[in-house]
Design a protein around this ligand. Structure first.
Ligand code: ADP
Length: 486
C-alpha cells in the first residue's frame, strides 16, 4: 500500500535545485526496510545536476548573505513552525524509508526541528570583537562572515536531524547549501526542502541532490572551487576520502564520523539507572547511531547482577515494523547490515563469548536482528574494535578505574563515552580522562541543540549544534583601520 499522508505533496520524486524539482531518465527505488516494498521512486541526479545546484547556490549567495541576520532568522523560524506542523507526515515518511519506530521518528522530527529553531535565534548572535588598539588612533576588529557555498553529505540513520543540524546553521550564517542525503533515505530530505520553500527560503539557498552515485557527488563538490566548505556525517572511511579530495582547494571541513562508545558501570553506580541508560543508549534506532554504546565495561562486583537485569530488559524489547505503535526495535537498514552484525556476533561467540539473549536473526523477518546481550567478551575480539551499528551489547569485566579508562580509550575513535558512578571525585576524574568529544555521566542520552556535538581522533572534528555550530559556517576576518589624521 502506498504511503498515505495528510499532505501527499510532501512526497517528492526528484532533486530540488534552484527551486525546481528535477526529473531524470533513471530512478532510484526507495525501499521500506520493514517490508522490502518500494515506497517511491526518485529521479537519479547526474553530475551536471550537481553542478547546476552549485551554480544556483553560488548565484543565490550574495543576496542571502546580504540579508540581515534577523530576516534570515525569521525565515528559519517559519521553516521550524512548518516542520513541527507537519510532524506526523514527516515521521511517516521517515519510518517508511528508514524503518525506525514511529515514536523515535516523531522524536527525531522534534530534535531535527530544534536546530532550525535554535539557529533562527542564533543567527543574530554572530558577534565579533573589537580589540584595544596597539596602534595609536587605529581600530582593530574581528568580524564574522559567511563562508559561502557549502556542500553537505548526510547519512541514512537520522534522515532529518543530520540535515537540519547542518543546513540551519549554514543558512543562519548567510551561507547557501547543497545537501546530498543518503540515497537510502532521500524522501525526508526532499520533504524538508518543500517546507523550506514554503517558509520563504529563496531560490538556490537550499538545494537537495539525490544520486545513486555518491562518489560522483563528492567529486563534483570537491572539484568545484566555489564550494568553500564541506560538512560530512558518515563513515570514517568516506570522511578520509573527502578530506583528501578537498585538499586541492583547501576547503573548510566538518567531519562527523564513526564511533566506538564505551559505557562503563563503576562499582558505586546506581545499577537500575545504569540498566535503563544502557538500554536507551544501545537500542535507540536498533543500535544504528554513531553515539550508541558499543562496549559495556562492568565492574566485576556488579557484573552478574547487571548482566541479568540488562538481559531481562533487552529481551522484553518489542521487535517489529516501526509503523506499528509500541514497536521499540525496527529492522536494520539493509540486508548487508544484518550480515555484518551477525558476522561480529558469530565471531565473538566462536571465540568464547556467550549470548545471554538474542544472537541470531529475528523470526519477524530477514532484516530484523534479535536484541542481543553478549557476556565474556574480550578486548581482542573484533566486536570490541568495530562499530557494531546493530542491536548488540557486548559486556566486558573490569577491576580498577585505571584499567577501565585505559580499555575505554583503546580505540581509534573518540565520539561519545558513557559512565555511571556516584563518587563525585571519580565523576570528574573519569570525565577528564576519557578521550572523546562527548562524555555522558549517569544518563543514556545527551543530544540537544544547545550543546556541542562532535568527536576527536578518527571520529572527526568540528562541532554541530550550540553556538559553536554556527562558527563552522563563518570565517573570521580581522579588520585594521589606521587613523589617517596621524
Ligand atoms: P554509513 O556507514 O553511515 O552509510 P557512509 O560514509 O557510507 O556511511 O555514508 C554516508 C554518506 O556518504 C551517504 O550520503 C553516502 O551516500 C555518502 N557516500 C558514500 N561514499 C561516498 C563517497 N565516496 N563520496 C562521497 N559521499 C559518499
Amino acid at each position: 500500500m502506498s504511503l498515505q499522508l495528510k499532505r501527499q505533496d510532501l512526497l517528492k520524486n526528484g532533486s530540488y535545485v534552484g527551486a525546481r524539482w528535477l526529473t531524470s531518465e533513471s530512478d532510484i527505488s526507495v525501499l521500506n526496510p520493514a517490508s522490502g516494498d518500494e515506497v517511491a521512486r526518485v529521479a537519479d541526479a547526474a553530475a551536471h545536476d550537481v553542478s547546476s545546484a552549485i551554480d544556483c547556490a553560488a548565484t543565490a549567495f550574495p543576496s542571502w548573505a546580504a540579508k540581515t541576520a534577523k530576516e534570515r532568522g525569521q525565515i528559519l523560524r517559519k521553516w521550524f513552525d512548518l516542520v513541527i506542523a507537519h510532524k506526523e507526515d514527516l515521521a511517516r515518511i521517515m519510518v517508511a524509508e528508514q524503518g525506525k519506530p514511529m515514536a523515535e521518528a516523531r522524536a527525531e522530527i522534534d530534535y531535527g526541528a530544534s536546530f532550525i529553531e535554535w539557529y533562527s535565534e542564533e543567527a543574530k548572535r554572530a558577534y565579533g570583537d573589537v580589540y584595544p588598539t596597539t596602534v595609536e588612533g587605529g581600530r582593530m576588529e574581528a568580524v564574522k562572515q559567511p563562508v559561502g557555498v557549502c556542500g553537505a553529505i548526510t547519512p541514512w540513520n537520522f534522515p532529518v536531524a543530520m540535515i537540519t543540524r547542518k543546513a540551519a546553521p549554514a543558512l543562519a550564517a548567510g551561507c547557501t547549501m547543497i545537501v546530498k542525503p543518503s540515497e537510502l533515505t532521500p524522501l525526508s530530505a526532499l520533504a524538508l526542502a518543500e517546507l523550506a520553500e514554503e517558509a520563504g527560503v529563496p531560490q538556490g539557498v537550499l538545494n537537495i541532490v539525490v544520486s545513486s552515485d555518491s562518489a560522483m557527488v563528492g567529486q563534483v563538490f570537491c572539484n568545484d572551487a566555489r564550494v568553500r566548505k564541506l560538512s560530512f556525517t558518515g563513515s570514517t572511511r568516506v570522511g578520509k576520502i573527502l578530506m583528501e579530495q578537498s585538499a586541492q582547494d583547501l576547503k573548510r571541513l566538518s567531519m562527523e564520523l564513526g564511533g566506538n562508545a564505551p559505557f562503563i558501570v563503576f562499582e558505586d553506580a546506581d545499577i537500575d539507572a545504569a540498566v535503563a541508560g544502557a538500554v536507551a543508549s544501545k537500542f535507540r534506532n536498533a543500535g544504528q547511531t554513531c553515539v550508541c554504546a558499543n562496549r559495556f565495561y562492568i565492574h566485576k562486583t556488579l557484573y552478574d547482577e547487571f548482566a541479568a537485569k540488562f538481559s531481562d530488559a533487552v529481551s522484553a524489547l518489542r521487535v517489529g515494523n516501526g509503523a506499528e505503535e509500541g514497536v521499540e526495535i525496527g529492522p536494520l537498514i539493509e540486508a548487508k547490515a544484518i550480515d555484518k552484525v551477525h558476522g561480529l556476533v558469530s565471531e565473538a561467540v566462536e571465540a568464547g563469548a556467550y549470548a545471554l539473549c538474542g544472537g541470531a536473526v529475528h523470526d519477524y523477518g530477514a532484516q530484523y536482528y534479535q536484541p542481543t546481550v553478549l557476556t565474556d567478551v574480550t578486548q581482542d575480539m573484533r566486536i570490541a574494535r568495530e562499530e557494531i551499528f546493530g542491536p548488540v551489547a557486548p559486556l566486558f569485566k573490569f577491576s580498577t578505574e585505571d584499567d577501565v579508562v585505559a580499555m575505554a580509550n583503546q580505540t581509534e575513535y573518540g565520539l561519545a563515552s558513557y559512565f555511571y558512578a556516584r563518587d563525585v571525585g571519580r565523576v570528574h576524574r573519569v570525565a577528564q580522562a576519557l578521550h572523546s568529544g562527548i562524555v555522558c555521566v549517569n544518563a543514556g542520552g545527551f543530544s540537544t541543540e544547545v550543546a556541542p556535538f562532535g568527536g576527536v581522533k578518527h571520529s572527526g572534528f568540528g562541532r554541530e549544534a550550540s553556538r559553536y555550530g554556527l562558527d563552522e559556517y563563518l570565517d573570521l576576518k580581522y579588520v585594521f583601520v589606521a587613523d589617517l589624521n596621524r
